[in-house]
Design a protein around this ligand. Structure first.
Ligand SMILES: C[S@@+](CC[C@H](N)C(=O)[O-])C[C@H]1O[C@@H](n2cnc3c(N)ncnc32)[C@H](O)[C@@H]1O
Length: 342
């Protein structure tokens, strides 16, 4: 133990970090109040903003001042506020908006789960069943419908860019049919059907998610003749035969669920069928702060983890898949290319 006093910078940084909840809460408050949507292209006084948002001006000023410390909004020399690159991302209409991701990462259940992180680290198990009496997705769909809506919108928002990137990445030569397992509201599938006019596709997800699938995939939608919606639990059964199975950002739950899902793919597919698993990895991420935070959140809610290249390959190989390569889809996403062993 050294007796040198800590540097003022180290002490200040640690003080700031342990108040991270205040920053997250301030972003959440701004997103819920719609501050970024109310602020236009010209700097605006807090009085005008407060009138537009129906809030008290003084606490709104304090909220704005806290956010400007992080580069979210900026204060002008004449006491008004204006957008920054980051604050614009909180607008609902921003291209690549992060409004719903910001809400999702700070939903009410997160504030009950984070204080239990030490318990989860000790036990290696998720804290959700003890806290809420049921597993995470059961809770979401039966007890927290507002949170479920935020989740679906957040996934759709983050899917939009990655769906485009994945559609660009995937070479579908020789592929007539595709299934997206745990495909959310179907953005990836819709992007693929749009790009490949002869392709047929199936979206498999939990019943309440499939019920809200994107309109182009539903009856009467632009792709309805080529799209099938299958409500179900991929850990129980995957009743779909296809040339290509896509599994994107779902195998980060507990390993047993991953084993069952991959076993169901292998049972449903013909030998030689192509399987592409798409994940963000902890051993190759452009933002380790974001990825490790997600990794801990997955431990808390579903007892899951972000994978390393090695852990993902091992689970796939154990399930009866031959992994032929791991490629970048975009800087955040890796595609594990595999075929079902013959
Ligand atoms: C993190 S989201 C990823 C969604 C989509 N694949 C994407 O990349 O945008 C996880 C998805 O898995 C779905 N899911 C969770 N449990 C499932 C289950 N047992 N069977 C099928 N889908 C499930 C969720 O409803 C959600 O749509």
């Amino acid at each position: 133990m050294t007796s040198a006093p800590p540097s003022p910078q180290a002490a200040m940084r640690l003080r700031e970090l342990v108040f991270g909840a205040a920053c997250a809460a301030a972003v959440r408050a701004a997103a819920r109040l719609g501050v970024a949507d109310a602020l236009g292209d010209t700097p605006t006084s807090v009085t005008d903003l407060a009138a537009a948002l129906d809030t008290e001006p003084r606490p709104l000023r304090r909220l704005m001042r806290a956010l400007t410390c992080y580069g979210i909004f900026a204060e002008t020399t004449d006491d008004r506020f204006e957008h920054t690159e980051m604050s614009r991302l909180l607008r609902e209409d921003a291209p690549n908006s992060l409004r719903y991701i910001s809400l999702w990462c700070t939903e009410p259940w997160t504030w009950e789960a984070w204080p239990k992180l030490d318990e989860a680290v000790r036990s290696g198990r998720n804290v959700f069943p003890d806290l809420f009496g049921k597993e995470f997705f059961d809770y979401l769909h039966s007890d927290a419908s507002d949170s479920a809506k935020v989740f679906d919108k957040a996934m759709t928002a983050s899917s939009r860019q990655s769906a485009h990137d994945l559609a660009e990445y995937l070479d579908l030569t020789g592929v007539d049919s595709v299934v997206d397992i745990g495909g959310g509201q179907g953005h990836v599938l819709a992007s693929l059907l749009e790009k490949h006019p002869a392709l047929h596709g199936t979206l498999l997800d939990l019943p309440k998610v499939v019920a809200g699938a994107e309109p182009r995939l539903q009856d009467g939608g632009a792709f309805s003749a080529r799209a099938r919606l299958v409500p179900g639990d991929c850990r129980v059964e995957i009743p779909v035969r296809a040339d290509l199975y896509i599994i994107k950002n779902i195998l980060e739950w507990d390993d047993e669920s991953t084993r069952r899902t991959l076993a169901n793919v292998v049972a449903a597919a013909r030998p030689g069928a192509r399987v592409v698993v798409v994940e963000n990895l902890v051993d190759d991420s452009p933002s380790m702060r974001f990825t490790t935070a997600m990794d801990l959140m997955l431990l808390l809610n579903v007892g899951g983890a972000k994978h390393s290249k090695e852990s993902m390959v091992r689970l796939m190989e154990d399930a009866g898949l031959d992994v032929e390569g791991v490629h970048l889809v975009n800087p955040y996403l890796h595609a594990f290319e595999a075929t079902v062993r013959g």
